[in-house]
Every structure is written in C-alpha cells, then in structure tokens.
Design a binder for this molecule. Structure first.
Ligand code: NAD
Length: 342
C-alpha cells in the first residue's frame, strides 16, 4: 500500500461515502473546525461534546446533536465516528465509560458506526486498548462494514494530527494513522475532507507513536525559535526581520514560518491574538510527558525534551490554557530566566 493513500480511493467509493453520516465527538479548538470541514465537504454530521457551548456554532450551521457518545453511536445512519479529545482519560471515557460507545453496544445489541477514527493525541497503549475493545464482533452487529474492511470486525484507527488550528481550519492537517490498512483505506474520504496528507504508520498505536515523536521535535523547535528571536530582539533586531532571515536560512521551520511565537509576525497565529485559542500549553506538556514515558520504557534520556518540558511547565504556572507559543512571552520576556516558582 502506498504511503500517501488519498489517491487510491475510487470515485465510486467516494460517492458511496458521501452519503455516510459522520458522528463527531470533541468540539474544542481543533474538533469544531474539523467537523465544520466535514460539513463543507457534504457529509451530514452529528455532534456531541460534554460542553453544550462547544456545540453551539455547529448546531447553528445545521449539525444534528446527541446528548451522549452512547446516544450518538446508537443513531441509525451514523456510519463513521470521529473523536478529537484532549486526554487519554477522555478517550477512555467516550469509548469505554458510562454512556460511552461500548455501553451503547451492550444495551442495543451493537452500534451503527463501523469505522472509528480517533484523532486525539494520546499514548499508544490507550489507542491499542480501546481499539482492542472496539474490535469485538458483537459491538458492530448493527453496522454495515465498509467495502474492503473485514466483514465481522469493526475497524478503529488512531489518526492523530499535525497542523494546528490553522491546519484544522484550512483542512490541511496531516494525519498519522495506525490500525488495519483496510480501515485506513476506508477512512480516506473522511480524512481528505479534513486534511491534506494521511500517512500510514503501521499497526494500532503507531499513529500515536509518530505523533509523540513529532511533538517532541515541535516542542523543542518552538522553544529554540522563541529563544533565538528574543535574543535577537534584545540585541536590537526586530523579530519580524529576524523571522524573514530565518525563513530564508537554515533556522527555517514550521515554528518560524507558520506559527511564529512573536506577536504580529504571523497573521492568524495565536501569538497575534494574545496567545488565545490554538494548542494549549497543557496539551504540549501532555505530549512531552508521553515522549518522556516512552523514552523511560526504553531506558533512554531525552535531554532536550526534558528542558523544553520544564519551560512549558513554567508557562502553565501562569495559564495552562494559553497557546504553547506563550513560551515567548512568559519565559523570554524575562531574559530567558526561569519564572519564580510558586
Ligand atoms: P480542546 O481542549 O480545545 O478541546 C477538547 C474538547 O473535548 C472540548 O470541547 C471538551 O469539552 C471536549 N471533551 C473533553 N472530554 C470530553 C468527554 N469525555 N466527552 C465529550 N467531550 C469531551 O482540545 P484541542 O486543542 O481541540 O485538542 C484536541 C486533541 O488534539 C488533543 O489531544 C490535542 O493534543 C490534539 N491536538 C491539538 C492541536 C491544536 O493545535 N490545538 C494540534 C494537534 C493535535
């Protein structure tokens, strides 16, 4: 199977999928934009979030809503379920908890979605365990398997994303996918409506492994760009000028070019709206801790990751909901000195 598989879906398959109703759970900074793009692509969408406020705008745009994950999974016609949740605990809660997807199957003799796409960033073990429990044949007695998927078993993929809220809004996300190759193929029309690239990483959990490594690099890179821009600023170089130099030079990266941490340098980036929205510092801390745990399991160190984690933990002491680029403001406005610990 090719690595970038968007192109392998036949027109006939996409036509069939166009009629599929998609359930979407978790409508935060990312999820609400991704669900909106599914709707723009013509998929009828049913939404659920534990916060009624998070559902407001999509309901206004015509999305149906469900009161719980169990109710959503029991709705006839919902063939696909996408989840975009903040933590491993919330993923377990939605799939395995009271009023969760598994519970719906127990009560109703099966659920309707036959393809489950978890786009949340969690540890690979959680993805593997939830996928294992969702593989139960009983669970999907009511579901119609997608063409090419194993007939008896439901299919779940882990499909964490990269690209941030700008990528979520523009439908240019990159999906890193773990699970059965058939399920990856069946998911393509839905991933395509929300993203630009989908890369198959291997068995269940391997999408998460890729994402953890990606965000380890991102967390370190963002800290390095903030550190270098503020050193330049304090030496008399405007951050916008220095960014233009980075972007034409060897320091160029996503953190300098697309998601710059200096206010006003990248239009639309959270730094230009006082670090509101975007990728919460608490989520970056979660991801760096996932990397740290994975490294510990291999009995190896992540010296750069550990330093970055310490800096983001200091930002979180100010406000853990701020975008992680607030490292620029809350660490480097203090000349790179650590904030006083509370
Ligand atoms: P968020 O905190 O903005 O939104 C999470 C949403 O999930 C909230 O609306 C919350 O009410 C809902 N939720 C939480 N627990 C729930 C439950 N049990 N049942 C129903 N709804 C529940 O998070 P986000 O920024 O949208 O990120 C979501 C996931 O995507 C995270 O795992 C994050 O690490 C990952 N991610 C985020 C970004 C980004 O730039 N924000 C980028 C890549 C990946």
């Amino acid at each position: 199977m090719c690595q970038r598989c968007f192109s392998v879906s036949s027109a006939a398959e996409e036509e069939d999928h166009d009629k599929s109703k998609v359930g979407f759970i978790g409508l935060g900074n990312m999820g609400r934009r991704m669900a909106a793009n599914l709707m723009h692509a013509g998929f009828p969408v049913v939404i659920h979030d534990q916060s009624p406020k998070a559902m407001h705008d999509l309901k206004e745009s015509g999305a149906e809503s469900a009161a719980s994950p169990a109710e959503l999974a029991s709705m006839e016609g919902v063939r696909v379920l996408v989840t975009m949740l903040p933590t491993p605990e919330s993923v377990r809660d939605v799939y395995l908890g009271t009023d969760g997807v598994l519970q719906a199957a127990r009560e109703n003799g099966g659920i309707h979605p036959s393809l489950l796409i978890d786009a949340s960033t969690v540890d690979p073990q959680t993805s593997m365990e939830v996928a294992r429990q969702m593989r139960s044949a009983d669970l999907h007695r009511k579901a119609t398997p997608f063409e090419g998927c194993p007939s008896s078993a439901p299919s779940m993929i882990d499909a964490p994303v990269s690209g941030g809220v700008t990528g979520a809004a523009a439908a240019t996300l990159t999906f890193m996918v773990g699970g059965e190759p058939e399920a990856f193929k069946a998911a393509q029309p839905f991933l395509k409506a929300m993203g630009k690239h989908a890369l198959y990483c291997g068995r269940s959990g391997m999408g998460q492994t890729a994402k953890v490594c990606n965000n380890l690099a991102l967390g370190i890179q963002m800290a390095s760009i903030a550190e270098a821009l503020t050193l330049g600023r304090d030496l008399g170089l405007d951050p916008g000028t220095l960014t233009a130099i980075f972007n034409a030079s060897s320091a160029r990266c996503w953190s300098s070019e697309v998601y710059n941490p200096a206010p006003g340098v990248t239009k639309g980036a959270p730094a230009s709206r006082d670090y509101q929205g975007g990728f919460a510092t608490k989520h970056m801390i979660k991801d760096l801790k996932l990397a740290a745990t994975a490294a510990e399991d291999l009995d190896r160190l992540l010296p750069m990751g550990a330093a970055a984690l310490d800096l983001y933990e200091q930002v979180a002491e100010v406000d853990d909901a701020l975008d992680f680029t607030a490292i620029y403001k809350h660490i480097y406005s203090h000349s790179g000195r650590p904030l006083p610990r509370k």
